[in-house]
Design a protein around this ligand. Structure first.
Ligand SMILES: *[C@@H]1O[C@H](CO)[C@@H](O)[C@H](O)[C@H]1NC(C)=O
Ligand SMILES: *[C@@H]1O[C@H](CO)[C@@H](O)[C@H](O)[C@H]1NC(C)=O
Ligand SMILES: *[C@@H]1O[C@H](CO)[C@@H](O)[C@H](O)[C@H]1NC(C)=O
Ligand SMILES: *[C@@H]1O[C@H](CO)[C@@H](O)[C@H](O)[C@H]1NC(C)=O
Ligand SMILES: *[C@@H]1O[C@H](CO)[C@@H](O)[C@H](O)[C@H]1NC(C)=O
Length: 690
C-alpha cells in the first residue's frame, strides 16, 4: 500500500452524507388500463388457437433455485468506469498514458495557450503503485495571464453530470515550491458558465498535500468539466484528482439511477468482474484483485486492454462485494485461471495464482483476524461477505492447460473452503464433465430464431451431475442491433425453457448488463440491457423482459403443457410465488407469442379451487410493440415496455388473446396462505380456467 509522504493538511468543510438511498421507489411498470375482454368474433383466418394446461397439484411442482436469475457485470462499455461507479474524473491519477514519461494525459487538456502553460507527466507522485503525476508550469503571472488564469481541465467520461444543489467531493494531491492560489471550478463544457468554485490558497505545500473540498453546484449541467487554474507563475504538481457526488447509493459510490435499474431486476446473484475483462488480452492487464485494494488513491489502476479503456479500479474487488451485498444478491467472483487471451501460465507455474484466489476468498469471508480478512475489516467491513460461488476463469475450457490448472485451483479451494461452489468453464450440458465441479458455465450469443429454439436446450441434459450456470446469453448480430422487441421475445422463450429445467440450470444472466451510449461502437458490445449517458438511462426491451422473471427466484414451478399447432412460436411457464410487496400469493402464467399471428389461448388449471382466485386483484402485463424491430431510446425510453392492466373474469370459460409478437404475464391473486392449502383440496380434482 506504500505511500511515500503524502500529508493530509487541508480540509474544507467536508460533510459525509450517508444513507441517502432511493432504492425503494419501484419503477412504474406501465399505466393501468381497462381490460378489453376477448371477443370470439375478432378471430380471423390467421388466428391460432392454443390450450395451456397448468397443473397446480402437489407432486407436479418444483421448488426453483433461490438465485435462478441474476446479473452479469463486466467492465465493458464503461459499465463501471464512467458508469455505475460515480467517479466523475477520467484518468484521475494521470496513469492512463502508461508507465513512462512523458505520457498522454487524455482526456485532460490545457486551459490557455501553450506559451503560457505547459504540462508534462513525471514520476514525482508520492504513491508507489501509481508513480505518475502531472507537472504544470505556468509561465505568466497575474498581469500577463488571461482573466481567470490558465491551467488544466478534465471533461470526465463524455461530460460530468453536475446537478444544482448537490454537493461534490473534490480530493486532490498538490505540491509546489511556491505559495499557491489555485481556483478549482465546475463549469460547462467550454468553461464560460461556472457551477461551483473554490480557491486553494496555501503558503507551504512543498511536500505533497491532500486537499479536500466540498463543491455545491448552483446550477445543473450534464456536460460539465472540472477546471484547475491559477494566475501565479510557477510549477505545481497534481496527482490523484477525484470528484465524487456525495449522493451515491448508501454513500457507497454507486450512481443511484444505475443502481436502481439493476436493483429493479431483483437479481439473485451478481457475477463480476467479467467476462473477458477477467482474462485480459495480456496477463499484465488481467483483473488482479489485490491491485484494486486499499485507499483509492493508492490503487494503480489498469488498462482494460480487451475493451480498450483505462480503469482506475475505483470499483475494485471490495466495491464489487459491497455492490452484491447492497443488491442483496449472491456475489459470484470470476478469477483468472492462468489465461489471458494471448498468454498462458502453465500448470507448473500456477501456484501463485492459486494462492491469489485463496487470498481473495479469505478477503471476502475470512475472519477479521486473518491476513486478508483484516484488510476487509480495515476497509470498513468486518463482517464477512456472503461469497459462496467462484468461477475458475472465463471461456477458457478450450485452452490446452485449462484442465490441469483447473484441478489445482479446485483442489486447493475445496480443501480450504469445502462449501464453496466452483464453476467450471467446460460445457456439461451434453456430456459429463471429466473433472469435479458444482456448476459449469455456458454462454450463448445467437440470432433470435436460434435463441427461441434454445428453450429446449436443457430438456435432454442429464439430471445428475453439475448444474448449468447460463452466465451470458443474448440475441446478437442482425436481430439484436441495439436491443429490440424480437430479441427480448426470443430470450423470454429461452428463459421459460430455463424455468422448466431449473432442476439442471441453477443460475442464468443476460449480458452485457450496461452500455454507456458514448462508448465508441468499435470498442463496445451491443446490445445491452441498460443504456445510459452522464445523466439519463433506459432499459432495452430485453431489460423489461427480464423483469417478467424477477419473481421466479425461490418460487414454485408448476407443470404446464401447451397444446397448439404453433409450438415453434409459443412458449409458456407457470409459477407460484409470494410477492414481498404485499405478502400475497400469486400464480403467474407467462406466455410468449413469438409468431406474427394472434393467438387465442385458453388456460385451464388442475388442482386449483377456482373460488380461491381473486380476479379483482389479478392483473395482466404485456410487453409488445407495433413493430418487432422496435427499440427504446433516450428520446422514447419506454416505447417497448410492460403495460399492466386489471384482469377481469366475466364467465367460466374465458380465453385470452395474445397479440402477435408479445410477452404476457397473467398474475392471479390466490386467496390462500400457501400452496399446500390449495393442494389439500386437490382430492376434489378441481379444474378451472380463465
Ligand atoms: C397433475 O399432477 C398430478 C400430481 O402429479 C398428477 O397425478 C396428474 O395426472 C396431473 N395431471 C395431468 C393432466 O397431467
Ligand atoms: C486567489 O485567486 C482568486 C482568483 O484569481 C482571487 O480572486 C483571490 O483574490 C486570490 N486570493 C489570494 C489570497 O490571492
Ligand atoms: C458555456 O457558458 C457560456 C456562458 O454562459 C456560454 O457562452 C457558452 O456558450 C456555454 N457553452 C456551451 C457549450 O453551452
Ligand atoms: C516535508 O517532509 C519532510 C520529510 O517527511 C519533513 O521533514 C518536513 O518537515 C516536511 N515539511 C513540511 C513543510 O511539512
Ligand atoms: C481477534 O484477535 C483479538 C486479539 O488477539 C481477540 O481478542 C479476538 O477475540 C479475535 N477475534 C476473533 C474473531 O478471533
Amino acid at each position: 500500500m506504500g505511500r511515500k509522504s503524502c500529508h493530509k493538511k487541508y480540509s474544507v468543510f467536508l460533510k459525509e452524507v450517508m444513507g441517502s438511498s432511493n432504492d425503494v421507489q419501484a419503477l412504474i411498470l406501465g399505466i393501468l388500463i381497462g381490460f378489453s375482454s376477448f371477443i370470439q368474433c375478432t378471430s380471423t383466418l390467421w388466428d391460432t388457437n392454443a390450450l395451456l394446461l397448468v397443473n397446480a397439484s402437489q407432486g407436479s411442482t418444483k421448488k426453483m433455485p433461490e438465485n435462478l436469475f441474476g446479473v452479469s457485470f463486466e467492465e465493458i462499455n464503461n459499465a463501471g468506469a464512467g458508469g455505475l461507479w460515480a467517479e466523475l474524473v477520467s484518468n484521475r491519477g494521470f496513469e492512463a498514458g502508461g508507465l513512462h514519461t512523458p505520457s498522454m494525459i487524455e482526456p485532460w487538456s490545457i486551459i490557455g495557450d501553450y506559451s503560457l502553460v505547459r504540462v508534462v507527466t513525471d514520476f514525482s507522485s508520492c504513491f508507489k503503485r501509481n508513480p505518475v503525476a502531472l507537472r504544470m508550469e505556468v509561465l505568466c503571472d497575474s498581469n500577463a495571464c488571461p482573466a481567470g488564469g490558465v491551467g488544466v481541465y478534465n471533461p470526465g467520461y463524455w461530460g460530468m453530470n453536475i446537478e444544482q444543489g448537490k454537493t461534490y467531493k473534490l480530493v486532490l494531491y498538490i505540491r509546489s515550491l511556491n505559495s499557491i492560489n489555485v481556483t478549482v471550478s465546475l463549469t460547462n463544457s467550454t468553461g464560460g458558465q461556472t457551477l461551483a468554485t473554490a480557491n486553494i490558497i496555501a503558503t507551504d505545500v512543498s511536500n505533497w498535500t491532500k486537499v479536500e473540498i466540498a463543491l455545491e453546484a448552483k446550477a445543473t449541467n450534464y456536460n460539465s468539466r472540472l477546471e484547475l487554474k491559477t494566475n501565479r507563475k510557477g510549477i505545481i504538481w497534481f496527482d490523484q484528482v477525484s470528484l465524487m457526488p456525495l449522493d451515491t447509493y448508501k454513500g457507497h459510490g454507486f450512481r443511484n439511477d444505475l443502481f436502481k435499474m439493476v436493483a429493479d431486476l431483483k437479481p439473485g446473484f451478481i457475477r463480476f468482474p467479467g467476462g473477458s475483462y477477467a482474462e485480459g488480452k495480456s496477463l499484465i492487464n488481467a483483473y488482479w484483485w489485490k491491485d484494486t485494494m486499499g485507499p483509492w488513491e493508492e490503487r494503480p489502476g489498469h488498462m482494460n486492454d480487451v475493451w480498450a479503456y483505462w480503469t482506475d479500479d475505483g470499483l475494485g474487488y471490495f466495491e464489487f462485494l459491497q455492490l452484491a451485498e447492497d443488491l442483496d444478491a449472491s456475489p459470484i467472483w470470476v478469477f483468472n485461471s492462468g489465461f489471458s487471451q494471448e498468454q498462458a501460465v502453465n500448470p507448473s507455474n500456477i501456484k501463485p495464482l492459486v494462492q491469489d484466489a485463496l487470498d481473495g476468498i479469505e478477503f471476502a469471508r475470512g475472519d477479521p483476524n486473518s491476513t486478508w480478512g483484516s484488510l476487509r475489516a480495515d476497509m470498513g467491513h468486518p463482517e464477512p461477505f456472503n461469497l459462496n460461488h467462484v468461477a475458475i476463469g472465463n471461456q477458457d475450457c478450450w485452452r490446452g492447460d485449462y484442465h490441469a490448472n483447473y484441478l489445482k485451483f479446485y483442489a486447493a479451494i475445496k480443501k480450504a473452503y469445502p462449501d464453496i461452489n466452483v464453476i467450471s468453464n467446460c460445457d456439461g450440458s451434453n456430456t459429463k464433465l471429466d473433472h469435479p465441479a458444482e456448476l459449469y458455465d455456458y454462454h450463448l450469443y445467437v440470432n433470435a430464431k436460434t435463441m427461441f429454439s434454445m428453450a429446449h436446450k436443457f430438456d435432454l441434459t442429464s439430471r445428475i451431475g453439475p448444474k448449468a450456470f447460463e452466465s451470458e446469453y443474448a440475441v446478437t448480430w442482425d436481430d439484436g442491433r441495439l436491443g429490440n422487441l424480437l430479441a427480448a421475445l426470443a430470450e423470454a422463450g429461452f428463459l421459460m425453457g430455463i424455468e422448466k429445467n431449473c432442476d439442471v440450470v441453477d443460475m442464468a444472466s443476460n449480458a452485457p448488463l450496461f452500455l454507456n451510449a458514448n462508448t465508441p461502437s468499435y470498442k463496445g458490445f451491443r446490445p445491452d440491457a441498460i443504456v445510459f449517458d452522464s445523466y439519463q438511462t433506459y432499459g432495452t426491451p430485453s431489460y423489461w423482459m427480464q423483469q417478467f422473471f424477477s419473481m421466479s427466484n425461490g418460487a414454485t414451478l408448476l407443470d404446464s403443457t401447451l397444446q397448439t399447432s404453433s409450438s415453434d412460436s409459443l412458449m409458456a411457464s407457470a409459477i407460484w410465488f409470494q410477492n414481498p410487496a404485499d405478502q400475497q400469493n400469486y400464480l403467474r402464467v407467462k406466455v410468449v407469442n413469438y409468431g406474427s399471428n394472434i393467438v387465442n389461448l385458453k388456460i385451464t388449471f388442475e388442482g386449483l379451487d377456482p373460488g380461491l382466485i381473486d380476479y379483482s386483484k389479478s392483473s395482466k402485463t404485456v410487453l409488445s410493440s407495433t413493430n418487432v424491430k422496435d427499440e427504446n431510446s433516450f428520446q422514447n425510453p419506454t416505447k417497448v415496455s410492460p403495460v399492466k392492466s386489471l384482469l377481469k373474469k366475466s364467465k367460466n370459460d374465458i380465453g385470452v388473446t395474445l397479440s402477435p409478437n408479445s410477452l404476457s404475464s397473467f398474475d392471479l391473486l390466490i386467496l390462500s396462505q400457501n400452496i399446500a392449502e390449495i393442494n389439500t383440496k386437490n382430492d376434489m380434482s378441481y379444474s378451472s380456467s380463465i
